[in-house]
Design a protein around this ligand. Structure first.
Ligand code: NAP
Length: 487
């Protein structure tokens, strides 16, 4: 296999819009720059779509829908399986692209490639298991037949933090179900999605089934599509404020929506927990993706009997991490995605410190180029610190203490968000009781990561509606039709 270099991956990635099976420039010829967050330098340019391009992409998805819905489930399954194989074969290329445009280390990017590709394998296996139901009506007079059919053309809007996996967990079930789609990746990280579209074309996905639009005129290009009655579903992963706005737009035509939004995950360490295992879990829950994950532990609640030991060990591990460009050997932590993100993390830490929090390790941005922030542990964090309420989206672990289970549950649930919570205990009964009491869509017990293509990922409250992955994931792309049959 040819050696993967920065130059080779950047030269091989398509930079146009994919519309109806053709790569084309934006009408008007505008382009958008993709930056390297480790240096602030421009990596390359891709097409910057206009409103007319967005409409053309939806036209193509609409035109392809009927034929695509009629394809054999096995054929759709085989396409997904072939794409899974290709992504896996090209794991190093995908990893390099992702690291360049997003910043995480190559090791982390490889982890995302495996995770992201697995959605295609999982949904290739689900494509041939779309069933219906036949029942005798309770009065015995009629028969009830239910069938599952593809929803229709879908608009998918994805964020920058997991440029591959946030796409594959929507595209996989949509292909499996027989839906066509328009995908709009985040402006900071369009390259991975363009490379993925290239793979899907290569394995023979029919023209128009997947269309990709990259743009900086995001709202302007997306809103007319959301209001277009030919669109049948919107699936969005991103921040809660943008999700709220899109739901308002979608309400005009009662558009079906899935919303994977922000989180504010509590990480609870009970007095009976194994502290070393809790610290291992905390490192994963906090430092995966430099803390730029909706699932990132945002608030650590540690039983008062363990708090000092836990904080000291966590600070020791966080302080030993090496910052640097994700492409370099020996680097553990890459930069944050852009200056705005870095400034937000900085101001959240400054606010907590001003209100009385103590910095155990880190606490500032290092000098030099790139949007780096030091891995940070804060203790004595007051409840009114902004970072107790807001998503930090960076490598900062604020630790507070509790004394009773009831207090821990109350503090954990005291948020508008409800994506994921983590708890560490060696008592099974406590693990189950607390899991039941937590108002979150997912709970990690004695583990710092819950993401798994075979499990239903999603939140409650302001963290969104709908589930991605698992058996539930394909339901988001299927309608149930009931046929009543008189005998
Ligand atoms: P964001 O600002 O909401 O952007 C997400 C996507 O929405 C991007 O593609 C963005 O495009 C697009 N967008 C922005 N404004 C829009 C508008 N007016 N109309 C249509 N599309 C619009 O979020 P982000 O900062 O990229 O991502 C971080 C957020 O995502 C965090 O809150 C995180 O928790 C959440 N997230 C949630 C999950 C989950 O599964 N629950 C997973 C990952 C991330 P542009 O890039 O062009 O602005």
């Amino acid at each position: 296999m040819a050696t993967v270099t920065q130059k080779s991956v950047l030269e091989s990635v398509p930079t146009g819009l994919l519309i109806g099976g053709q790569w084309r420039n934006a009408s008007g010829g505008k382009t958008l720059a993709v930056d390297d967050p480790a240096t602030g330098e421009i990596l390359t340019h891709v097409a910057d779509a206009s409103v007319a391009d967005g409409k053309a992409a939806l036209d193509a998805a609409v035109a392809a829908q009927a034929d695509w819905a009629r394809t054999a489930p096995r054929d759709r399954a085989e396409l997904l399986r072939a794409a899974y194989e290709k992504i896996t074969e090209r794991a190093d290329e995908f990893a390099m692209l992702m690291t360049l445009e997003m910043g995480k280390t190559l090791a982390e990017s490889r982890g995302e490639v495996a995770y992201g590709a697995e959605f295609f394998r999982w949904f290739s296996e689900e494509a041939v298991r779309i069933g219906g139901r036949y029942a005798v009506a309770p009065n015995g007079a009629t028969r009830l037949l239910t069938m599952r059919q593809p929803v229709g053309p879908v608009l998918m809007i994805t964020p920058w933090n997991f440029p591959l996996a946030m796409g594959t967990r929507k595209i996989g079930p949509a292909i499996a179900a027989g839906c066509t789609m328009v995908v709009k990746p985040a402006s900071q990280t369009p390259l991975t999605m363009l490379a993925l579209a290239d793979v899907l074309q290569e394995v023979g996905l029919p023209d128009g089934v997947l269309n990709v639009v990259t743009t900086t005129s995001t709202g302007e290009v997306m809103e007319p599509l959301i209001r277009d009655p030919r669109l049948r579903k919107l699936t969005f992963t991103g921040s809660t404020p943008v999700g709220r706005k899109l739901m308002e737009q979608a309400s005009e035509q009662i558009l079906r929506v899935s919303m994977e939004l922000g989180g504010n995950a509590p990480f609870i360490v009970f007095g009976d927990a194994d502290v070393d295992k809790a610290v291992d879990g905390a490192m994963l829950a906090k430092m995966r993706n430099m803390g730029e994950a909706c699932t990132a532990a945002n608030r650590f609640y540690v039983h008062e009997s363990l708090a000092e030991d836990f904080s000291a060990k966590l600070a020791q591990r966080m302080g030993a991490l090496t910052l640097g460009r994700g492409t370099e050997e020996g680097v553990d932590v890459g930069p944050l995605v852009d200056e705005k993100s870095r400034d937000k993390v900085s101001s959240l830490v400054d606010d907590a410190v001003a209100k009385g929090a103590r910095v155990v390790v880190g606490g500032s941005a290092p000098d030099g180029v790139g949007w780096f922030y030091q891995p940070t542990v804060l203790t004595d964090v007051p409840a009114d610190a902004d970072l107790a309420r807001e998503e930090i989206f960076g490598p900062v672990a604020p630790v507070s203490t509790f004394s009773t289970d009831a207090e821990a549950i109350q503090m954990a649930n005291d948020t508008e968000y409800g994506l994921v919570a983590y708890l560490f205990t060696q008592d099974l009964s406590r693990a189950l009781t607390v899991s039941e009491a937590l108002e979150f869509g997912m709970v990690g017990v004695n583990q710092g990561i819950v993401s798994n293509p075979a499990a239903p990922f999603g939140g409650v409250k302001a963290s969104g509606v709908g589930r991605e992955g698992g058996f539930e994931g394909i339901d988001e792309y299927l309608e149930t039709k009931y046929v009543g049959i008189a005998l």
